[in-house]
Design a protein around this ligand. Structure first.
Ligand SMILES: Nc1ncnc2c1ncn2[C@@H]1O[C@H](COP(=O)(O)OP(=O)(O)OP(=O)(O)O)[C@@H](O)[C@H]1O
Ligand SMILES: C[C@@](O)(CCO)CC(=O)[O-]
Length: 883
């Protein structure tokens, strides 16, 4: 039922642009390629055998070209499309729709090549052209209304090249329709491509693109394409192409078709780079022409007729010689004509002779930038180096917290120093040192005894800290880098602090109150920053590491920005995280990671003062509750980055330790946190079994949320029942009077009931059932449920008081023989901890003659040892203070 509905919907809706680009349909649905080739074959033939077939001579038509033309028509939303040998070839074909004596109205900032052809038309074809200011549609009206004028064509470009002036294509098309219905409105759409603008949809008659540019994207072919809706116009164009023989060759048609498939992908990246570069130049005070800048004249019109500013911009320096020096100094930026290529950002200075010849009033110092898909920071760096080398900017305030660039006035006069908040969208930051040279934190994993998943939707859950922990070591460095090493995931990466996307920090997280109380519980992480971090800053090898690195960088950047009151004051540091917890197994490894990293950041940056350690080196409850809450608030944000919509129970337990009954705040109902105090002599043993079945909490939580939405009548009663289970468990665990045997028997029953509900929620797994059947079977008879997000991961078994150590050992070996890993743990252990780590033995040797050596664990062991050995190493550092 559901499937049918979805299928119908998909069939009725046209595909979106990127999908249309990537899917090449056969123009002739009757014709199936004999081998079912996925890529369109190249029909490299001049002639076709026989007469009366679909094709006879490639000048008139060729299957590869037809495929391309069909595809171009589809993505341009046009009835007809034609592919010819160049963009100018396309304009030539269009001009041949005119007759001697006809007149053209064209812009006064037209592409030089078009102007050259217009000049030729005048001398050889008797066709005159009137150049007007197309940024103002009213300038066309007198010509359109003048009956003595034989205006047969209006030729437009928007944005123009290279001044990026905007013509209101829609309004002009309407004016032409009103005053001169027989005239054709022709648009050169090369700067936009059909991805960003489709002028036929705005009422224009004929559109052409130089396919050499964005449509191809690789500067490896020359082509032009023409689209139109009118059948009579299409007939004229087809006749001309066949007559003059400038149809695109089969091989170039194949290449162009290949290029078009990635059109939207390429333009998205080129455009994003262009926005950063335009902002950079704009902040330096250059006059920048780019419709992506709020100040650009005609931006409102452009935003109405097009869906993006494109990837060409230009700027003026105020001095021709300086412009020449800038263009000459660029290294990564090449010097070239044309644009639209993915891997070749280039600069070009306007050619004086050309402009003078056509009497175009173009500034002679104009530099055009055509932006590719390179890393934007490299482009900005190279441009900046060229600006510095050319003397267009100079560095001031090098000693300050932030480097500042100042534009140099070409005439030597005073120029206001531009304090750059951001350069190319990237803050010019200077790395400092952290408040603490070396600090280590740790946080426990958790086991949820009752209420997982339901807790995300406002039901109470019962959980406690376990004795497996995650450790984070933060160390100062002095090379302007921040690094993250995650040996458990085989991941290691460092970033130059000045290259991080500081411009995307969320101001809501950089206020001074945020430093005191932490991010608000309903604060969502910025998807824009997270996406950028994932796409451009984090190695993409494995999802687990991407999530962890995103969370780390997100916290790090906001903390650095908050400390500098918006202007980042980052410290160069190395962070190494190790964990004794199985990752993605339901024991809260992500929460332990989030708490360990948050606390390491807050202490090492001096936001939290280091608590004083007791002489025993293990002060219980030695951390202020307000400090713990600040850590928890930051960790919750990190959990959101990793999990999407966590309830907050995992990070709360990993921060505070102990055992809690937790209810999150939902829709107007307050949250609630009850600490379950350990009861003397009534501790309960638990066995944790890791099924080793990999799963992802984020996906499982999202799946339950979707089911709640789609099947509320099934899911809501399950949540109500889980609430009753948690309430019963809470009173059983806090009662000091209920009979011990009855308490454990009742808990076992609740465990079974809760597990059954979790299976009904859809988060069970065959491996978990295998664990349950082993523990329930003879001779053990113990109740087990999944714990955490389920879908695999871990199960928790209640171990009664009279269950002997031998029985436990034999149960563990039975589970191990099925490939499971077990952990026997107490529940309710300590919360997060912190310790200042002294220099490792090697450093002590140098500085103090080795006097301290025996007290300091060897640093490299932290990276190398695992499991219990890791815990021994970390716990061996003296002076831990824990919540
Ligand atoms: N030792 C570690 N090193 C690096 N990243 C870690 C480490 N431990 C956890 N993580 C991060 O936490 C994520 C695991 O989160 P996930 O929620 O899937 O599992 P979990 O927290 O163990 O289970 P649950 O949330 O069900 O208790 C990993 O993908 C990684 O991003
Ligand atoms: C599945 C879930 O309830 C527990 C994951 O450990 C999710 C959450 O509470 O955030």
């Amino acid at each position: 039922m559901q499937l049918t509905l979805l299928a119908t919907r998909t069939a009725a809706r046209p595909y979106r642009f990127a999908t249309q680009c990537a899917t090449v349909d056969n123009p002739d649905p009757q014709h199936k390629d004999q081998y079912g080739s996925s890529s369109v074959p190249i029909y490299q033939t001049a002639t076709f055998k026989g007469m009366g077939g679909a094709y006879d001579y490639t000048r008139s038509g060729n299957p590869t070209r037809s495929h391309l033309e069909h595809h171009i028509a589809k993505i341009s939303n046009a009835r007809h499309a034609f592919a010819v040998t160049s963009g100018m070839g396309a304009l030539d074909v269009i001009f041949r729709l005119l007759k001697p004596g006809d007149e053209i109205i064209a812009g006064n900032d037209l592409y030089g090549g078009s102007n050259r052809l217009i000049g030729y038309l005048k001398t050889h074809g008797g066709i005159t052209t009137h150049h007007v200011d197309t940024t103002d549609p009213s300038t066309l009206v007198p010509l359109l209304q003048d009956p003595s004028r034989k205006v047969a064509m209006v030729l437009l470009e928007s944005p123009t090249n290279p001044l990026l002036q905007i013509a209101d294509l829609e309004t002009i098309a309407r004016l032409v329709r009103t005053h001169r219905p027989e005239a054709l409105v022709v648009v050169d759409n090369t700067m936009m491509s059909p991805y960003l603008c489709r002028p036929l949809e705005l009422g224009c008659d004929v559109v052409y693109d130089s396919g050499t540019k964005y449509l191809s994207g690789h500067h490896d072919l020359m082509a032009g394409v023409i689209t139109c809706d009118r059948d009579d116009v299409a007939k004229g164009i087809a006749f001309t192409i066949n007559s003059i023989g400038n149809g695109l060759s089969p091989f170039d048609a194949f290449l162009l078709l290949r290029g078009v498939k990635t059109l939207s992908l390429r333009i998205d990246k080129q455009q994003a780079n262009s926005v950063l570069i335009a902002q950079y130049l704009d902040q330096l005070g250059f006059k920048v022409n780019y419709p992506g800048l709020p100040s650009h004249r005609g931006k409102a019109v452009h935003d109405r007729i097009a869906s993006g500013p494109g990837a060409v911009l230009s700027f003026e320096t105020g001095d021709v010689a300086m412009s020449e020096r800038i263009v000459g100094s660029a290294r990564l930026w090449g010097i070239s004509v044309s644009f639209g290529c993915i891997n070749f950002s280039h600069v070009s200075r306007t050619k004086l002779s050309c402009f003078k010849f056509y009497k175009r009033n173009l500034p002679e110092d104009l530099i055009r930038l055509c932006v590719g898909i390179e890393d934007p920071q490299d482009l900005v760096d190279d441009l900046e180096a060229a600006l510095l080398e050319a003397g267009a900017v100079r560095v001031v305030d090098e000693a300050g917290a932030r480097a500042t660039l100042e534009r140099v006035r070409p005439d030597g006069g005073d120029m206001k120093a531009v304090e750059l908040k951001s350069v190319g969208g990237q803050e010019r930051v200077k790395a400092g040192r952290p408040a603490l040279e070396r600090v280590m934190t740790s946080a426990p994993g958790k086991v949820i005894l009752f209420g997982e998943h339901a807790v995300v939707h406002g039901v109470t859950a019962i959980a406690g800290a376990i004795d497996l922990r995650c450790y984070c070591l933060a160390e100062a460095r002095s090379d302007g880098q921040i690094s993250l090493d995650l040996p458990d995931l085989g991941y290691s990466q460092s970033w130059d602090l000045s290259t991080l996307p500081w411009h995307l920090v969320d101001p809501a997280l950089t206020s001074s109150s945020c430093l005191k109380t932490g991010p608000k519980p309903d604060q969502a992480p910025s998807t824009e920053l997270l996406t950028l971090l994932a796409n451009q800053f984090v190695h993409q090898d494995q999802l687990k590491a991407v999530q962890a690195a995103q969370a780390f960088l997100y916290l790090y950047m906001h903390l650095a920005a908050a400390q500098g009151a918006g202007a980042p004051r980052p410290a160069a540091q190395s962070f190494t995280v190790r964990s004794g917890l199985p990752i993605s197994a339901g024991l809260g490894s992500s929460a332990a990671f989030s708490v360990a990293v948050s606390s390491a950041l807050l202490y090492s940056h001096g936001v939290l003062p280091l608590p004083s350690s007791s002489s025993s080196g293990d002060a219980k409850g030695g951390i202020d509750r307000a400090h713990a809450d600040l850590v928890n608030a930051h960790a919750f944000l990190a959990e959101k980055v990793i999990h999407g919509t966590p309830s907050g129970i995992d990070n709360t337990v990993a921060t505070l330790g102990g055992a809690v009954a937790f209810r999150r705040a939902v829709k107007g109902r307050e949250g609630r946190l009850d600490v379950i105090e350990p009861q003397e002599g009534r501790g309960i043993r638990f066995l944790l079994t890791d099924t080793k079945v990999a799963r992802d909490t984020k996906t499982l939580v999202a799946g339950v949320a979707r089911r709640k939405l789609e099947e509320p009548d099934t899911i809501n009663p399950l949540f109500d029942s889980i609430q009753r289970i948690s309430d019963s468990a809470h009173s059983l665990l806090t009662s000091s009077t209920v009979d011990r045997a009855a308490q454990l028997a009742e808990l076992a029953q609740l465990v079974d009931q809760n597990h059954a509900h979790l299976v009904s929620l859809g988060v069970g797994h065959a491996a978990l059932e295998a664990v349950r059947s082993t523990t329930r079977g003879e001779p053990w008879g113990l109740a087990t449920k999944l714990t955490g997000a389920g879908g695999g991961g871990c199960a928790v078994t209640v171990v009664p008081d009279d269950f002997s150590d031998d029985s436990l050992a034999s149960l563990r070996s039975a589970l191990a023989s099925s490939g499971f890993e077990t952990y026997s743990t107490t529940v309710g252990g300590r919360g997060f901890g912190v310790v200042a780590v002294p220099p490792s033995s090697a450093e002590v040797d140098e500085a103090e003659g080795g006097a301290e050596r025996s007290k300091v664990p060897e640093r490299r062991r932290f990276d190398e040892c695992a499991g219990e050995e890791l815990a021994r190493w970390a716990e061996g550092v003296e002076g831990w203070v824990r919540a």
